[in-house]
Design a protein around this ligand. Structure first.
Ligand code: SAH
Length: 256
């Protein structure tokens, strides 16, 4: 869908399109997008919006043909290159529908590069609907001004993920039984990173042992309270972004 950022009020709607954009190309939004733009945003000839494609940055588009159900949008100006996103992966055991959707939406807003559902021994959700999660990522990216989408990866077992663990990537393992303070752990290990969050039932001792075998794994604590998995995922991602990510940068103003 198309999202209209809440602030500033005069910001143009942003639309993700699944095709490579270039100057003077003509884009035909799909039915749902066209419906939103025409019926809700009252789009007509000459209306403008921002488009991005997860490849070439973002562009200004203008309606060059409109009727009650269809629109044609011409790309008239390149606004920004695709941003460089901090190299953080979020590995999270799938939890029930509303809560996992929330994790994907918030992680995208926070700037996470890739999100992977991890199947652990106590995972109770047996099906992950990647299409629905992808739709949440698109909507969050449109709303928050990202020019790149968080990558939505296939579900994978914890064992497999650990077996293929990349040498250069730190693995901050949120351990509900305790670990290093998250901020000091991050400060000591800048560079590519991942955060691992368990399911509602937590990790088993066997899994803890398996994780400890990984040289890059650092058990971290998120404080004295047991957080729900969704809270833990977003709190940890925010801490990483503020400490090692790009939160030193200022928000982009409007569509410039
Ligand atoms: N049922 C478990 C808690 C699981 S909470 C118990 O009662 O112990 C779900 C996940 O959130 C955990 O596996 C862990 O990854 C993360 N988490 C929650 N609270 C945490 C904390 N205080 N420190 C570190 N990780 C935490």
């Amino acid at each position: 869908m198309v999202a209209e950022p809440a602030w500033p009020v005069n910001t143009l709607p942003r639309l993700y399109v699944d095709e490579k954009l270039l100057l003077e190309a003509v884009i035909v939004p799909d039915r749902a997008q066209a419906h939103y733009l025409i019926s809700v945003m009252r789009f007509k000839m000459g209306s403008q919006l921002v488009l991005f494609d997860n490849m070439t940055g973002e562009w200004l588009g203008e309606v060059i043909e409109a009727d009650r159900k269809h629109l044609q949008i011409k790309i008239i100006h390149h606004l920004n290159e695709k941003e460089a996103i901090p190299d953080l992966w979020l590995l999270t055991a799938p939890i029930k529908k509303g809560r996992i959707d929330w994790i994907y939406e918030k992680a995208c807003e926070l700037g996470v590069a890739r999100i992977t559902p991890v199947i652990t021994q106590r995972t109770i959700v047996d099906r992950v609907n990647l299409e629905r999660l992808q739709a949440h990522i698109v909507e969050a990216a449109e709303q928050c001004g990202r020019t790149s989408l968080s990558e939505v990866s296939e579900a994978c077992s914890l064992k497999q993920i650990l077996a293929d663990w990349p040498e250069e990537r730190a693995l901050f393992f949120a351990d509900e039984t305790g670990g290093e303070s998250m901020i000091s752990a991050i400060t000591q290990r800048k560079g590519p990173a991942a955060i691992l969050i368990g399911p509602e039932g937590g990790f088993t001792d066997q899994e803890r042992e398996m994780i400890h075998q990984i040289q890059q794994a650092v058990p971290v604590s998120l404080g004295p309270r047991i957080l729900r998995a969704d809270t833990a995922a977003i709190a940890a991602a925010a801490l990483w972004m503020a400490t090692a990510g790009d939160w030193g940068k200022q928000p982009r103003q409007g569509n410039d």
